[in-house]
Ligand binder design. Structure first.
Ligand SMILES: O=C(O)CCC(=O)C(=O)O
Length: 271
């Protein structure tokens, strides 16, 4: 029996598929607060960096390494998310970074096929014991470039990565071969749904051709035992101080009352 937010079946599914969609992981009130605060947060937009895809279209993101006491930190440090990640990775995790993906209407670019461990390997993580929790802030569908997963691809191990536009992507020959054998899943989400995915799962997203934005908050975690052997632009093991899930609404209410939205992002950083 699992002790935590996820059922044994969800844990099994994550290990089988390399990802897990959790519908309504966050309730309407939590999401309304996050949406309102994030969209009014000028620091989020001002610190966003744009990365061109292979076709030259730009996707923006705003990234920070250490979670604070604001609503973004309350989500990333919240027991619901952290305990789920600990169930899936099989032990203590720490916060590796969080980022808001800002895919703007009509212009937001694609994210090329990649594994997150394709990047994070270079940061001195010896094992692919990392996973991310993507939380849909806006509704995400095919038209506005929802995230896509190649089911079971985490079992392939780490693939070579190279440069495509400003982005790092997985070897296209291997991606093509994998696509002929594995199921492609478009993770269409309503606000508050979450997609939790393994560091070796091949994923991508298309451009936003719609009139609607597609923002999502992605919180990434490394297993404590996978402390990198060298320093990089993302943190080494830093104990994560968990918060009760009620902290999300409390942080949201506080920000709304002050109407000054704490800047989660520090300076823009690389993935
Ligand atoms: O948000 C997206 O569209 C893609 C995000 C992604 O691939 C990543 O953060 O690794």
């Amino acid at each position: 029996m699992s002790a935590g937010p996820l059922s044994d079946e969800q844990i099994r599914q994550f290990h089988e598929d390399g990802f897990l969609i959790v519908r309504k992981f966050f309730d309407d009130e939590e999401m309304a607060l996050l949406l309102r605060i994030a969209k009014a947060d000028h620091n989020m937009l001002d610190h966003g960096i744009g990365l061109k895809d292979a076709a030259g279209r730009q996707s923006k993101l705003s990234l920070w390494n250490h979670p604070g006491d604001d609503i973004y930190g309350a989500i990333a440090r919240g027991e619901r998310v952290v305990n789920s990640l600990e169930q899936l990775l099989g032990g203590e995790v720490y916060h590796y970074h969080s980022k808001m993906m800002l895919k703007e209407p009509k212009v937001g670019g694609a994210w090329e096929w990649h594994q997150d461990y394709g990047y994070w390997y270079s940061n001195g993580c010896l094992y692919p014991d990392l996973a991310s929790c993507l939380i849909a802030v806006d509704r995400a569908n095919k038209e506005n470039g929802c995230i896509q997963m190649l089911k079971g691809s985490h079992k392939m191990g780490r693939i070579e990565h190279g440069k495509f536009g400003d982005q790092t992507g997985a070897d296209p020959e291997r991606v093509q071969a994998a696509m002929q054998r594995l199921e492609l899943v478009y993770c269409e989400c309503e606000p508050g749904d979450a997609v939790i995915f393994h560091g070796n799962t091949l994923h991508c997203s298309g451009p936003n051709t719609s009139p609607n934005p597609r923002w999502s908050l992605i919180c990434c975690y490394n297993k404590a035992t996978n402390n990198p052997y060298k320093e990089s632009h993302h943190p080494s093991y830093t104990p994560l101080h968990k918060l009760p899930d009620a902290a999300i609404k409390a942080a949201g209410a506080k920000a709304s009352a002050n109407a000054t939205f704490m800047a989660a992002p520090g300076k823009a950083q690389a993935l």
